[in-house]
Design a protein around this ligand. Structure first.
Ligand code: NAD
Ligand code: DAU
Length: 361
């Protein structure tokens, strides 16, 4: 059997493919159009793996997607492909609507056509697993309980509105057409191979470079942090045991203020990579202007996936952060490639020339 992964050259998708091929060995077709966030260097260790196949295309390219479905006959599709950065969505929402809303719609239509050609258990066992976010539920007050699967959708940013729209499309394709879909909504991921526009890798790399560690507003906004390896295990569990039509919240059980997160990074670096001159990394912390419409607090109630599917996170924030920082310290080639754009040359060398939108860390 084969599975399709869309957006597999991004942060979570690349971690998922590496874990999946390492653990199950079931072949994977990675469909990714390689935006600024797509980085095949993250997957260089498996580029010659017999079970790994990469196709550079947009999820909205119906001809290619339909051909790939006929050619590989996957038993499941996991849709990671998206524009994922809230700040970018504020300054340029169009690509978020294009990929997250129209791209998901287009993919659903191709998959529905393919699924309708299946019969028997091939049809009933097929799964479309859509990866979404806790941001669709909006912002919590300090005294409010954590998000559950029945919390109202109240997206506040162009990014979260586009993800909410995609979740609704996925839901409708189940209720209207019977497509066996699953949706997961998780909190902030962190770990190896995350593009350094997101808080944790940005702070690690700025700290090491002696640059300011920017904290938006008062830094007391709260996020619920999930180690990417735990997230990947949860996705595999939902694919295996989830009930079609259901949604599952995935949380790491780590509510932290942004200031706490940045200080924790400084503490680890002070211990394992002290600054020359003996001063603490904490001195680099800099409070800057707030993000427009900045959500104050996200928190996930993970009871459903724990009780119904038996999944629990394995990492604490302390162990996950240690692993993450160590990975960035040990992988300076990957970091330099992302920061100076040389991974584009690497991809051109291995995969031929291609178009991209020129984004840079
Ligand atoms: P990312 O930005 O690192 O990677 C996205 C990948 O999708 C890239 O490889 C990019 O090239 C690809 N892509 C973008 N548009 C595409 C298109 N039109 N066609 C094909 N490929 C396309 O994102 P990530 O952080 O790995 O997030 C993956 C998914 O998980 C997204 O759907 C995101 O909304 C969701 N999510 C992320 C987090 C998080 O903390 N990172 C948390 C919750 C949910
Ligand atoms: O909650 C899940 C979401 O988490 C995902 O759906 C998104 O794809 C993912 O990008 C992430 O969104 P955030 O906006 O929470 O992530 P980001 O890393 O951009 O910011 C985390 C918090 O840190 C947020 O409150 C903004 C703040 N921040 C961020 C940056 C980049 C800063 O204070 N300074 C910064 O420089």
């Amino acid at each position: 059997m084969t599975i399709f992964v869309t957006g597999g050259a991004g942060f979570i998708g690349s971690n998922f493919i590496l874990d999946w091929l390492g653990q199950s060995g079931e072949p994977v077709v990675n469909i990714d159009n390689l935006t600024y966030a797509g980085n095949l260097q993250s997957l260089s260790s498996i580029e010659n793996h017999p079970g790994y196949h990469f196709v550079q295309t947009d999820i909205a390219n119906q001809n290619t997607i339909s051909q790939l479905l006929i050619q590989h006959r996957p038993r499941a599709i996991i849709n990671f492909a998206a524009e994922s950065h809230v700040d970018r969505s504020i300054h340029g929402p169009a690509s978020f609507i294009q990929t997250n809303v129209l791209g998901t719609f287009s993919l659903l239509e191709c998959v529905r056509d393919y699924w309708n050609t299946l019969a028997g258990t091939d049809k009933s066992n097929f799964r479309f697993l859509h990866i979404s976010t806790d941001e669709v539920y909006g912002s919590l007050l300090p005294e409010e309980p954590a998000f559950t699967e029945s919390s109202c959708y109240r997206p506040n940013s162009p990014y979260s509105a586009s993800k909410a729209a995609s979740d609704h499309l996925v839901r409708a394709w189940h209720h209207t057409y019977g497509l066996p879909v699953l949706t997961t909504n998780c909190g902030n991921n962190y770990g190896p191979r995350q593009f350094p526009e997101k808080l944790i890798p940005l702070v690690i790399l700025n700290a090491l470079a002696g640059m300011p560690l920017p904290i938006y507003g008062d830094g007391l906004q709260i996020r619920d942090w999930l180690y990417v390896g735990d997230h990947c295990a949860a996705i595999a569990t939902v694919l295996d045991k989830g009930i079609p039509g259901q949604t599952y919240n995935i949380g790491g059980g780590n509510e932290k203020t942004n200031l706490d997160v940045v200080q924790a990074i400084c503490d680890v670096l002070d211990e394992i990579r002290p600054r020359a001159g003996g001063q603490s990394y904490h001195r680099q912390i800099a409070f800057v202007a707030d993000r427009p419409g900045h959500d104050r607090r996200y928190a996930i109630n993970g009871t459903k996936i724990a009780q119904e599917l038996g999944w629990h996170p394995q990492e604490t924030f302390t162990t996950g952060l240690q692993k993450t920082i160590q990975w960035y310290l040990n992988n300076s080639d990957w970091v330099q490639g992302v920061q100076n754009g040389s991974y584009r040359d690497w991809m051109a060398l291995h995969y031929g020339h291609h178009k991209h939108n020129g984004g840079r860390a």
